[in-house]
Design a protein around this ligand. Structure first.
Ligand code: CP
Length: 294
């Protein structure tokens, strides 16, 4: 799976059904011995560990791959690296890479590849766990008002999430510093100022400011007051509205630190759901490639 858009609405909903079953305690094991490897060329805590956890829960054999000690450091390309793992016997690869659409370089690879985040492009497994969290809360996506707020310009989460939400019938709004995205062309989402948005939406998805992708620094306190979720804004949210964030969180920047674990926050639920959503993605990918589960 490279992007969420390559799945139909029905395929997304079926994957969510599987993920919700796993969350309720359903177990499945792969038939026979199947080897998988997680190649993370960009840093990760949640995605890497939850893929690892999901793979072990499904009975897959996880072959460690450490970018720091691999021959990538001798100049080996991504294609040759994955081709090598395939030759050695790895049967599925999960890859995170800083290059947008890195998967286009893997055309000659026969094993299935799951995109765990490509540059500023896509983050489909994150979207699946985010959708799962919303479905647990509201049951359906149609006519939900969902805001994505913050560093949209650099956000692969925002790209995949908004694509899926529109497919599922939710209304998408965007907010944050206008100069960080092209309002006119961004995802067809309506731009709304944070103070106007907060009382209207069912879900606010806050995004991390990706300091590593910004050339200039800015006042974090000023950012929180102008564009972030302060305690005063949280008080104005609808009674059943929830707060989400893909994390890692810059506490006190895009969200007041005290709100990260407040009753409305589903931030740690999202992380828990990451394991189940990734189990569902792995199961469906492997089944599509002829593997059996019991
Ligand atoms: N949300 C997310 O992708 O987190 P990591 O970068 O820690 O995997």
């Amino acid at each position: 799976m490279n992007t969420i858009s390559e799945l139909s609405k029905e395929q997304i909903l079926r994957t969510l059904d599987d993920a919700l079953e796993f969350a309720k305690g359903k177990t499945m094991k792969i038939a026979g011995q199947v080897f998988v490897s997680n190649l993370f060329f960009e840093d990760s805590t949640r995605t890497k560990i939850s893929f690892d956890m999901a793979e072990r829960k499904l009975g897959l054999e996880v072959i460690p791959f450490d970018t720091a000690t691999s021959s990538v450091n001798k100049g080996e390309t991504l294609y040759d690296t994955v081709k090598t793992l395939e030759s050695i016997g790895v049967q599925l690869a999960v890859i995170r890479h800083s290059k947008n659409e890195f998967y286009r370089d893997l055309k000659g690879i026969s094993i299935p590849v799951i995109n765990a985040g490509d540059g500023t492009g896509n983050h489909p497994s994150q979207t699946m766990l985010d959708l799962m969290t919303i479905r647990q809360e509201f049951g359906d996506f149609r006519n939900l008002k969902i805001a994505i707020a913050g560093d949209i310009k650099h956000s692969r989460v925002a790209n995949s999430f908004s694509d899926a939400l529109r497919m599922l019938g939710a209304k998408v709004y965007v907010s944050g510093p206008r100069e960080w995205f092209d309002v006119g062309s961004f995802m067809n989402g309506s731009y709304v100022d944070m103070d106007d948005l907060i009382p209207e939406v069912d879900v606010i998805m806050l995004l991390r400011i990706q300091h590593e992708r910004h050339a200039q620094s800015f006042s974090t306190e000023e950012y929180l007051q102008r564009y972030g979720l302060t305690k005063a804004r949280e008080q104005k949210m609808k009674p059943n509205a929830i707060i989400m964030h893909p994390a890692p969180v810059n506490r006190g920047v895009e969200i007041d630190s005290d709100l990260v674990e407040c009753p409305r926050s589903r931030i740690f639920t999202q992380m828990e759901n990451g394991v189940y959503a990734r189990m569902a993605i792995l199961k469906n990918t492997l089944e599509k490639n002829g593997y059996k589960f019991s």
